[in-house]
Design a protein around this ligand. Structure first.
Ligand code: SF4
Length: 328
C-alpha cells in the first residue's frame, strides 16, 4: 500500500538540542532567539549528560536546532564546531542527528553530511516582499540564499526537510510559488523527503503583533500542495499547532501523512507543547488512522548515507527499541 492510500500517519520520536538561542537575525515572529552574547552555548559535557539520559527512552532523532552566528563573525567557526561535535556525540551514543541551524556554507554542509542522516531548512516563503516586513532585520531570510541551501543539499545528496511558514504576510499566490520552487528543486536532485506546512501561531516572546494563521485553510492548502509536489514528498503538519481534532483529521484526509518530530518541547513554538502520544491516538484511532514512529531519514535515502551512518540507521530500523517513545 502506498503512503497516500494507507491509513498510517508517521511521527519521529525526537528530542531537540539547542547549542545556542543567540541569533543575529531578528524575525519579528520569532519565539526562540536571544541577542548575541546573551545565551550561553551548550557545553559538550552538558550535551553528553542530556543525551545519556535519553538512551533507551525510545528517542531516536536528535534535532539540533540553533540560533545563528553571523557567517563573518570571528565566533562562526567555534559555533559550527560545537554543532558538529554535538552531532558526532549524538551519533556515538546511538542517536540519529538531524541538523537545522540556518544557511550554511558549502564547506560547512559538506562536513555536517558526515554526521547527519538528514538535514533541514525551512524555505518559509519565496516572496521578497517579506524583506520589508517580518524579515527586515533577518539577512538569513533572503529567499535566494535559502534556495541555494536546498540546491547545496541536492548536490551533496543530503536527504532534506523544508517547508513553508504560513501567515507571515504572504499571499496565497506566494504559497503556490514557494511550493513550485521546492518541486522544481526536487525534480532536479530528488532529495526533498518532506515538506512542513507550519501555520504561524503567535507566541509570548515575539516582537511583531499579528494574528495566527487561519488553520481552517490548511486542508485546502494541503490538497493543492499534493498537486504541486511530487508524490514521493511527504507533507508534514505539526499537531501542536493544529489543536482542533476535526481539523487535524481534515488535514490527514487532504493528504498530510506526517506529524514531525514529537518530544517534550517545541523549541520554535514553546507556547504550544506537543500533544502526548495517548492524546494523539485518541484522536486518530477512531478515524482509523494508525500512528507509527519513523526515523529522521526516509528509507529511500538510506543508500545516500555513509557506511557508518547506514549501520546505525539499520540498527534502528531493526530495533525493537523503536516502538513507542516513552517520553511523549
Ligand atoms: S526565526 Fe530563526 S533566523 Fe529568525 S530570529 Fe528566530 S532563530 Fe533567528
Amino acid at each position: 500500500m502506498s503512503a497516500s492510500t494507507s491509513r498510517q500517519i508517521t511521527y519521529s520520536p525526537a528530542y531537540t538540542i539547542v547549542p545556542t538561542y543567540e541569533c543575529f537575525n531578528r524575525c519579528t515572529y520569532c519565539n526562540f532567539r536571544t541577542n548575541p552574547g546573551e545565551s550561553p552555548w551548550l557545553a559538550l559535557t552538558e550535551a553528553e549528560n542530556l543525551l545519556t539520559s535519553l538512551q533507551n527512552t525510545g528517542v531516536c532523532e536528535i534535532l539540533i536546532l540553533s540560533g545563528e552566528v553571523h557567517p563573518n563573525s570571528p565566533l562562526r567557526k567555534a559555533w559550527f564546531d560545537r554543532i558538529f561535535d554535538i552531532c558526532q556525540l549524538a551519533l556515538s551514543l546511538g542517536f540519529l542527528p538531524h541538523t537545522n541551524v540556518g544557511p550554511l556554507s558549502f564547506a560547512e554542509m559538506a562536513l555536517l553530511k558526515n554526521v547527519n542522516v538528514s538535514m533541514g531548512l525551512m524555505l518559509e516563503q519565496l516572496t521578497p516582499s517579506l524583506l520589508n516586513t517580518v524579515h527586515k532585520n533577518a539577512p538569513s531570510k533572503l529567499p535566494e540564499l535559502r534556495l541555494k541551501q536546498l540546491e547545496f543539499a541536492g548536490k551533496f545528496k543530503i536527504p532534506f526537510t523544508t517547508g513553508l511558514l504560513l501567515g507571515i504576510g504572504e499571499s496565497s499566490a506566494d504559497w503556490w510559488e514557494s511550493l513550485e520552487a521546492i518541486a522544481k528543486l526536487h525534480q532536479r536532485w530528488r532529495h526533498i523527503q518532506e515538506v512542513i506546512l507550519q501555520p504561524h501561531s503567535p507566541g509570548t516572546q515575539q516582537t511583531g503583533q499579528f494574528p495566527a494563521f487561519d488553520n481552517h485553510l490548511l486542508p485546502e492548502i494541503i490538497s493543492k500542495a499534493k498537486e504541486i509536489l511530487p508524490a514521493e514528498i511527504t507533507i508534514q503538519i505539526p499537531p501542536n499547532l493544529v489543536q482542533e481534532p476535526e481539523l487535524l483529521l481534515a488535514c490527514l484526509d487532504a493528504g498530510a501523512r506526517d506529524l514531525g518530530g514529537i518530544g517534550p518541547k517545541d523549541e520554535v513554538n514553546p507556547d504550544y507543547p506537543h500533544p502526548h502520544y495517548q492524546k494523539l491516538t485518541e484522536i486518530l484511532q477512531p478515524a482509523n488512522w494508525e500512528l507509527v514512529p519513523r526515523l529522521p531519514v526516509y528509507p529511500q535515502y538510506d543508500k545516500w548515507l555513509s557506511k557508518e551512518l547506514r549501520i546505525t540507521v539499520k540498527q534502528w530500523r531493526n530495533s525493537l527499541k523503536f516502538a513507542r517513545s516513552v517520553i511523549i
